[in-house]
Design a protein around this ligand. Sequence first.
Ligand SMILES: [Zn+2]
Ligand SMILES: [Zn+2]
Length: 342
Amino acid sequence: METRRSKRGRREANPSSEEEEHVDTDTCRKKKISSPKLDFFDALPDDLVLSVLSNLSSAADSPSDLIAISLTCKRMKELGRNEAVLKKASRKAVSIRAEKWSEPAHRFLISCCDAGNIHACYFLGMIRFYCLGLRGSGAALMARAALGSHAAAAFSLAVVRFNGSGGPAASRNPRAGFVLAARAALLGHVDAIREVGHCFLDGHGAPACSSLGRRFLVNASARELLAGSSGSGSDPTWILEDRASDPDPVNGFIREWFGSASDADGLRMCSNGGCGRRETRKHEFRRCAACGRVNYCSRACQARHWSDGGHKDTCREVEADVDAWAPDGGDVGDVDGSHGGE
Ligand SMILES: [Zn+2]
Ligand SMILES: [Zn+2]
């Protein structure tokens, strides 16, 4: 412990130390006051910081980008939870991996949904519906996203209504499915455009009109070709939801979630690898009528798996009636469209 004498002795040995201390303190204070690094951020008004945070949030590549921002200081942590920031969070910013799923992650998505973020509504809606078995709240969140012109959400609801997912087979509603698919198609969703084409071809949920159906199928193929040839650099405004070039993160989440237990309880996954949907009751999905070895949640998935997934090379009876597609349960009155070859 330093005694008073030793302090006095030190002062006597260096009489100017006390004066220097004052000078140093004053200098530091002056530095603090004049330092632009320390004061510039504090002087910024909240609305300006929120504006910057919102822009960062809308361009974030992953949820960790948002977390990193909130960890910088207390003020950023508080402002990072602001509704304006959460509402603008990008699709990637709310796309949590299944292995990272936790109660805080769930709460984060709920906060984003409450703020009006349609990507979060769709993402959490799909998780609740397919992974957590919360059909009502999951469908409600998807509907909220669809009302906000989220094309993938509208198409997912269409698949739910076509299949009667979450209910008995009798709850299938092709008409409602067609209306939702048409809404998603108008928003540029390629799978939805293809689904609408099949509906017009065979009159499933829509008046039969083969010429109109073919136009939709050609339109879907053309968009895929253009998206594939243009690369990720260009961004035609009408290709909004092309899953071939930009896979939907929620499909990956569902696949990860079920993992090796995908076929447990006799409930099967959609055979299209990029889909991830799982049956909500036995025999919900339809099987390939030619080989009977693969199952699809929708004709759009069948078409993708036929061309992109290579099923056209592995299907045992390619030469058979490629337009036949029978449901597992033998409900031939509700047969969906073609075999996917266009
Ligand atoms: Zn599927
Ligand atoms: Zn097959």
